[in-house]
Ligand binder design. Sequence first.
Ligand SMILES: [Fe+2]
Ligand SMILES: [Fe+2]
Length: 315
Amino acid sequence: MILKRISNLLKKIFQENEAPAAGGTVEVAARLEQRVLALVDNMPALPATATRAMAIANDPDSNFIDLAGLIEGDAAIATALLRFANSAFFAGGAPAVKLDKAVGRLGMFRSKQLILSIGMKSMFQKMDTTTKDQCAVLWHHGYVTGFLCGRINRAFRLGFDGDEFSAGLLHDLGRILLIMADPDCAERAATMDFVEESDKLECERAAIGIDHCALGAWFGEHSRLPESLIGAMRWHHNPDFSKDSQKLAALVATADHMANHLQRGEETKAYNPEENAGLTGLWDRWPPARRDRFKSEISAMMDESAQAAAAAASA
Ligand SMILES: [Fe+2]
Ligand SMILES: [Fe+2]
């Protein structure tokens, strides 16, 4: 019954998208649709621990002992969290050997971030080596984007309270899904090149019948993620089209552009913010001095995000 509902939703998305161009791509789109459905059958939503951790961390009445209690039931997440809390990134004081100490050291928000990123990783751990490696690159790209969202939010007091990291981390989940479901389609859609011109999504739809934003948002609905995160997945290439989460989508688009630059191996000092379309929506009403401060901090923020992602990847 549930699968039928999911199947209908996915069919609707394929129908809403433009018909793929000639050259056998109608068959490609039909095959992709079937494979995504088969994948969902075998790989349910984000791990329950990750979605429950998001709810606990967002609940003002819960505390870090509740979060530690939840993590206790998940050996993989518990081990990774303890390792991260005791890593050089958080060095200082006696080692945290108990979960509540580790969560206390990291804080609720950072613990939630880590649980979600470990949960996301666990989705592709059982895939073959090539798929796993490509998904790991996209996970890294998501982590860098999420970190930058959090960093920009704090430094420029945008008013988000943790959702911004999750939105950045998950923004390209549709690409991970695409690689897991159908590597051939992922290649046709140039999933791994991190070069994103303004017609990127049209090119994807022409090649495979769907774009990674629609696919990610569909999966977010299936995983019952919060609306704001689904919006960020759907609109991070077109923040202006978002009705309810325009500011969050603009922040993710801004961070995504910076993360793409890093992912292509280009120097942070060579980064040109004028080419970042996401910034148009984000700093629309900022005074010039604030814009200048943003520009002057870009290089440092990008370097920090790469270091944070490396630390999280080894957790
Ligand atoms: Fe994207
Ligand atoms: Fe991206």
